[in-house]
Design a protein around this ligand. Sequence first.
Ligand code: PLP
Length: 399
Amino acid sequence: MSLQLSDIAKSITPSATLGLNATVALLKAQGEDVISLGVGEPDFDTPVHIRRAAKEAIDAGKTRYTDVKGIPELRQAIADHIFAHKSLRYSPDEIIVSSGAKQAIVLALQSVLNPGDEVILPSPYWISYTEMIKIAGGKPVIITTDPETDFLPTPAQLAEAVSERTKAIIINSPNNPTGTIWPRELLAAACELARKHDFFIISDEIYEDLCYDGYTQLSPAQISDDAKQRTILVSGFSKAYAMTGWRMGYASGPLFAIKAMGSIQSHMTGNPNSITQYAALTALTAPQDCVVDMAHSFARRRTLLLFLLAQNALRPGVMPKGAFYMLLDVRPYIGKKCDGEVIEDDGKFAEMLLKKVFVAVIPGTPFGAKGFVRLSYAVNDIQISEAVRRIKNFVTGLE
Ligand code: PLP
């Protein structure tokens, strides 16, 4: 037999973060005391009132197909939410609800890309973007950045990345994995390039509610009317409302693009889960104390992690201003040996760290952050302290 998979399927790398979760689960099942700083999800339970809304939705029979783009009352609530937070006016028709921000981003890419179209992707970037671009037939054009510029591209680098084939740029602020937030001037530079060369902006704002030290998140759609007309703004419920498993995200943007996303979704999954939609409606319309409380916890944990790293002479890649991740600089340990094995890169560092001291972190290379590993502080204070202690012991033992 000579059955062949498609070229696209063969080109896709499975998610390293989800792969790590499986390894951690296996080690835990074997009784090992693993601390995972690899997780990309809040450790909090979904707030009680949101869970209750889901149960009520089931009992009320809200279990049938819905409008493909989501129930109108949820799209209205999302429109109100965006207006309250960003003063951006969208009609419910300019909003689509999807099975997670992940699906919304794939739909956005599938709606705008033709085969071979280029998407500008400043690194470090969320692991899934490169694969999502490939799934949609596009080509990622990666901009390499470094800690000296806060892992942000310069306006000149953005301009250099533009070609005849540029169809979109992906902006993710606050960023996974660095925690950096794009300043207004940089957003404005990106928006001006998009205007000049007429391409889309896909803005992944999933961490918008998690900003620290007085920093705030700004959407490119807030920069100008032109920018709003070419931005597909993506966000969701996973991070702010601790609803990762519920699979609920959304996009807002120009009507023609949102319509196209709806058409694709109609054949792909149909509507997102009906029960989850009612839970999401409650999440948005109930008091927002749970979001504020969780954001405070992340802020406190970030301060604790930064303090402990500094105390142990461990270096973050860059000062994180949002999300719940930070990079740890492991370049000083590359080339050293652990039990005779050479730490040749960040991947080997992460592998040996898990093997020797049972701390799970994600290698930076798949994020475009070679020489760094990503730490998530969506874990409790005791785990943060113990993880830093173990990392310190591990690096001290390297020869
Ligand atoms: N965008 C970024 C930058 C993320 O880090 C993640 C999840 O880790 C997502 C999107 C996916 O969110 P969702 O759970 O809503 O699909």
